[in-house]
Design a binder for this molecule. Sequence first.
Ligand code: NAP
Ligand code: MG
Length: 495
Amino acid sequence: MTRQAASAPRRLDFATELTRWEYAAAPETTKVEIAPRYGHFIGGEFVGPIGGGGHFASVNPATEQPLCEVAQGSEADVDAAVRAARDALPAWAGLPGKERAKYIYRIARRIQERARELAVLETIDGGKPIRESRDVDIPLAAAHFFYHAGWADKLGFAFAGHEPKPVGVCGQIIPWNFPLLMAAWKLAPALACGNTCVLKPAETTPLTALRLAEICAEVGLPPGVVNVVTGDGRTGAAVVNHPGVDKIAFTGSTEVGKKIAAAVAGTGKRLTLELGGKSPNIIFEDASIDQAVEGIVEGIYFNQGHVCCAGSRLFVQESVLDEVVEKLRIRMASLRVGDPLDKNTDIGAINSMQQLATIRRYVEAGVAEGARLHEVNGHPLPDRGYWCRPSFFTGVQPSHVVAREEIFGPVLAVMSFRTPEEAITRANNTPYGLAAGVWTDKGSKIFEIARRLKAGVVWLNTYNKFDPASPFGGFKESGFGREGGLQGLRSYVQL
Ligand code: NAP
Ligand code: MG
């Protein structure tokens, strides 16, 4: 560590402390083997694509280098996967819960044993900092399998008075922001309840789902119980439209969610949707401000802001607005953007060139509409790769596009309020309803406000905390159905 001169005089003392320290690079050194080319995982083995889909490259967004080729799933590939899942269903559904649990436990254990490798793979395929994939994504993915293994032989207690039966073949489509974790959220409850699955990972981040398929084979999961078909949105649509699928579980954008809802309508297929958000983070004057600033940073800059429940609308009580903005600016200056494999990195690469372009469009729109952009991170960025400095807007009006639309990047819209009533009204004034944060010292205020916020999850004096026992999901255009907890099991059983 070398100490550098402070670049500019700052108002608060701890500012210079935060920005002064330079760290030597601390790269993650685990080497991960990646085959030049992957097929789909169907019926317990990796098979080449049929139906002429061919292959495409999965790219490392921090280097723009292709990592390997994966198969573009055609309708024929999806059909083969659905057939394999259908064939495997009677035996898997008929297995006693405690036997299914053993497989699910083994998957969880294997994820733990291969955690380092999975974390590196997640980081190089998707761009998120190794610290996050290592400390958040992979442990939580294992935790989801552990948790649901525990339910497999207790479904009769979960739904007392019923004999829960599996739904059947589940088509599961996931996004690129938490690739392995979203796969775990989908597969673990489905397997616990005796369903079989066809999983479609996102085009830009298929590698950990393929590694998870390998783990399924390693632990001896019966062939066809889990199938993974890679590809882009066309592959997802083929899963949605396949008549042999009994349930669709989708996590992704509201736009695609609406298309899927339309496609599934009238088919008798079950559907759960986890969609976008524009979640409010509300800071009251009586909150611990330093702690709240950490929560704001966690809420919007975690995973480059590629978080459906990101606290992307910040509401600060007027009396503490200046203090919060100043402390936020200072805290942001200490965030490190850069090599996701470096353990010092706070903000990694944006997942794709398209997403970077989307974020830039929003930032330009914010400036054009008259909001004031604060972009304070001065560290040099790598020459190649998709990078975005964290930023926030002040002077934001509720009508501004940056206050209304999901940006899905490290860009925060800061607004103020005077009374708790106003905070609630403005926080609820959105077509979304996924999550919210409330920061206050007063217990009574916490419960009253949490009760009145229309959000699936409300975090109190914290943000972005997840647990497999805690149901997650939205209201309004953020979707319907819950994942995690007892509520999450409900969509994978017939009563
Ligand atoms: P997306 O474009 O909706 O994609 C999600 C998944 O759907 C991907 O696997 C995608 O394949 C596939 N897909 C695309 N078009 C499809 C179609 N017509 N039919 C079936 N599948 C299709 O979303 P994204 O941009 O990857 O992810 C970001 C969005 O996900 C954000 O809006 C975010 O809020 C939301 N999200 C929500 C949650 C939640 O739990 N509520 C969690 C994470 C993310 P390709 O990858 O090839 O496009
Ligand atoms: Mg990739």
